[in-house]
Design a protein around this ligand. Structure first.
Ligand code: C2E
Ligand code: MG
Ligand code: MG
Ligand code: MG
Length: 280
């Protein structure tokens, strides 16, 4: 018995957009209480140095274990949180939590850079810089240990405010990374207009490396361009040995993906950092 299918048939008087609006409203309501009812947590995905195999960096990835909706994927709830504006509060929670965790590792002798994903509306919030300053200060972190991951969507707005905010963060010493590079508008002018530290090559390009010569050329060109612009390159979604050897030959600096490690709980990070991952 396929309940979902039957349900869909019974609901045929409603347009699919009405249903998805109703569902979004349910998610939005549940999200509003997610922070206070302790339903959010972070996993951390290790990022390996492509030369040494050492874990130099981790990316904080948000998880939501909703009491009423169970596990909801970030690909699903983050767009809803962005639309409703609640992402500002959630994003601040993520920032604080990630910085607290980084400080805790540091105290125990595990030294890492922490990457945190940031939504456009967070950057548009005038308090964002203060939030970042406070999170660094409270946890006694060096600003260069924090890297903020932005998508091209953030940069495309190109309001004076975003530009000023990003310049201010860079002046503080916080690192900036362009996430999912190649999937958005990929305007090359972003690379000159904003002082980025890192480019993350989107998983879709990495996935196609083995089967497509055109993708190979494209990725190696992106990497060469990154070198010329003094950018650090991270390949996302690395799943096979062959992808790794190709990316190493192309000069990619960092590897992230299931081959290195899936996103894992904080308590498992020190162990994976204690010895280099085998990538040769
Ligand atoms: P992202 O920032 O590009 O993060 C990488 C996503 O790819 C993560 O999905 C990660 O689990 C997944 N991934 C990593 N390696 C592999 C691989 O080898 N194979 C495959 N198939 N997938 C891999 P996740 O955790 O579901 O997050 C999805 C997106 O949600 C993130 O994409 C990011 O855009 C957003 N997100 C996650 N946490 C936050 C957050 O705290 N704030 C904001 N604003 N967005 C977040
Ligand atoms: Mg990211
Ligand atoms: Mg990404
Ligand atoms: Mg991606």
């Amino acid at each position: 018995y396929d309940g979902k299918k039957a349900g869909r048939n019974q609901l045929r008087f409603f347009s699919s957009s009405m249903i998805s609006h109703a569902r979004e409203a349910v998610i939005d309501t549940a999200l509003r209480s997610a922070i206070s009812s302790d339903e959010l947590y972070l996993l951390y995905q290790p990022v390996a140095n492509a030369k040494t195999g050492r874990i130099d960096k981790v990316e904080a990835l948000l998880r939501w274990n909703s009491r009423t909706l169970n596990n909801v994927s970030p690909d699903h709830f983050i767009p809803i949180a962005e639309e409703s504006g609640i992402i500002v509060e959630i994003g601040t929670w993520v920032l604080n939590q990630a910085c607290r965790q980084l400080a805790e590792w540091q105290t125990s002798g595990v030294h890492l850079t922490m990457s945190v994903n940031v939504s456009a509306s967070q950057l548009l919030d005038t308090r964002f810089i203060t939030y970042v300053e406070r999170a660094l200060q409270i946890n006694q972190l060096n600003p260069a240990q924090l890297e903020l991951e932005l998508t091209e969507r953030v940069l495309i707005d190109d309001g004076a405010h975003v530009r000023t905010t990003l310049n201010h963060l860079r002046a503080m010493g916080v690192r900036l990374s362009l996430d999912d590079f190649g999937t958005g508008y990929s305007s090359l002018s972003y690379l000159t207009q904003f002082h980025l530290n890192t480019l993350k090559i989107d998983r879709s390009f990495v996935m196609a490396l083995e089967s497509s010569a055109r993708h190979q050329s494209l990725v190696s060109t992106i990497i060469a361009m990154g070198h010329n612009l003094d950018l650090e390159l991270v390949a996302e979604g690395v799943e096979t040995e062959q992808q790794i050897s190709m990316l190493q030959k192309m000069g990619c600096h960092y590897l992230q993906g299931y081959y290195i490690s899936r996103p894992i709980a904080a308590e498992n990070i020190p162990l994976i950092c204690s010895s280099p991952v085998k990538i040769h």
